[in-house]
Design a protein around this ligand. Sequence first.
Ligand code: 13P
Length: 249
Amino acid sequence: MRKHIVAGNWKMNNDLAQTEDLVSDLKKQSKTSDAEVMIAPATTNLWHAFQSVREDDIEVIAQNMHFAENGAYTGEVSASMLKSIGIKTVILGHSERRAYFNETDASLAKKVDAALSNDMRVIFCFGEELADRKSGNEATVVESQIKNALFHLDADAFEHIVLAYEPVWAIGTGETASPEQAQDMHAFIRKTLSNKYGNTVANNVSILYGGSVKPNNAKEIFGKPDVDGGLIGGASLKAEDFYAIVNAF
Ligand code: 13P
């Protein structure tokens, strides 16, 4: 069944002391919604965060991983390494990974396979750039990102996949997709899945929206029928703001 999920992507923010502070602030917040709560600290702080939230209702997840199991990939981290410290979910395909680290649909397909074969859950990100939206190509771009990275999977795999639509023009810009734009795209994504895998798979996959979600707009965006949650950047770095978003459901 699809779930409500609110995940905080901390990106390259917060050293160990700051991670300790933010985790401790998060633990003081109370959740009044049914949303699953996740936080994605930097790799160096995953273990600390995982240890700290063990008893709490927060899952610690990774921002990225490599597709290989191990080997000569200096600077990289594998699925089994993440698993060995208790991490069960990984964000893959964030637009910043695509833009600054040359991640492609083909390399992401390999990462998705590696995560799934290690029994990890994937939050798979995609979304169009401003030029795509301006030229009316947003649906074509999103469809090809999903098809190229995910459509080699069988239907069962989608039990372990969460989708995150993050229009690049809305990330960190303060400009959000309108609730209607988000709903239209989420409905299109569900239709794309349904055409390939059928209605059951499509209706069971959680589709998150990401891009300048804040306490003052979360309720309206989350109110749309095909929006199952959010992937939150800037606003996830303040415990009160993050929980205002979590509790917007
Ligand atoms: P902002 O919420 O800062 O726009 O970031 C969104 C994002 O990239 C989450 O992955």
